[in-house]
Design a protein around this ligand. Structure first.
Ligand SMILES: CC(C)(COP(=O)(O)OP(=O)(O)OC[C@H]1O[C@@H](n2cnc3c(N)ncnc32)[C@H](O)[C@@H]1OP(=O)(O)O)[C@@H](O)C(=O)NCCC(=O)NCCS
Length: 167
């Protein structure tokens, strides 16, 4: 499974997201670093976000979890979008003030474990822009392997994967 990469100084709970988390997910989605590392770099509007999020909650192909710390802070999210019967794509973001404390690794670890347990997913993908050095290190450190370097929408990206049997 995904390697735990640092001492658990703070422990994180995994919570299934619901529509009450719309605002925190909106703020995380509009974080400048996440936007700059996404394919659509424009800021997201609230109405657009609510419509998109409602669609995700209604879909059986999407699972969203929030990481909650010991002080009940919602520190970040991880989202899995099924791209086929047994494969899903990951999106993850930690709020700026909580980065670099090991929360991202814990959320990734717990989220991957959960999705492998509860769904038909056997392979996870993380598509990272080549310029996103932090995320490339982050996924590699968690045990993801590099499958290929591909151009997507004119941007060079690394495709990382994790198989269920790597658990
Ligand atoms: C990528 C992201 C989720 C990492 O979360 P985090 O909680 O800050 O990461 P962690 O503290 O768990 O760090 C785990 C590893 O990631 C790498 N890493 C994290 N922050 C780093 C930094 N600023 N510089 C270099 N490497 C870094 C390191 O390998 C680190 O392990 P180490 O501390 O033992 O060296 C976070 O930076 C983020 O939300 N970024 C913006 C959104 C994004 O780019 N998402 C990925 C695209 S899907």
């Amino acid at each position: 499974m995904v390697k735990l990469v640092k001492m658990k100084l703070h422990s994180l709970k995994l919570m299934e997201a619901n529509i009450k988390d719309a605002k925190i997910l909106f703020d995380l989605a509009n974080d400048p670093l996440l936007r700059s590392m996404s394919f659509s770099e424009k800021p997201i509007k609230w109405e657009e976000h609510l419509k998109w999020l409602s669609g995700r909650f209604e879909s059986e192909k999407c699972s969203i979890y929030i990481g909650v710390d010991e002080a009940d802070n919602k520190v970040g999210y991880i989202r899995f979008d099924m791209v086929s019967f047994d494969e899903a794509k990951i999106s993850i973001s930690i709020a700026r003030d909580f980065r670099g404390k090991g929360y991202g690794s814990q959320l990734l670890n717990a989220g991957c474990k959960k999705i492998f347990e509860k769904s038909s997913v056997k392979k996870l993908w993380a598509i990272v822009k080549k310029e996103n050095i932090i995320s490339a290190k982050f996924f590699k450190k968690a045990g993801f392997l590099l499958e290929s370097e591909k151009e997507i929408k004119g941007v060079v990206c690394f495709n990382y994967y994790l198989n269920k049997e790597q658990e």
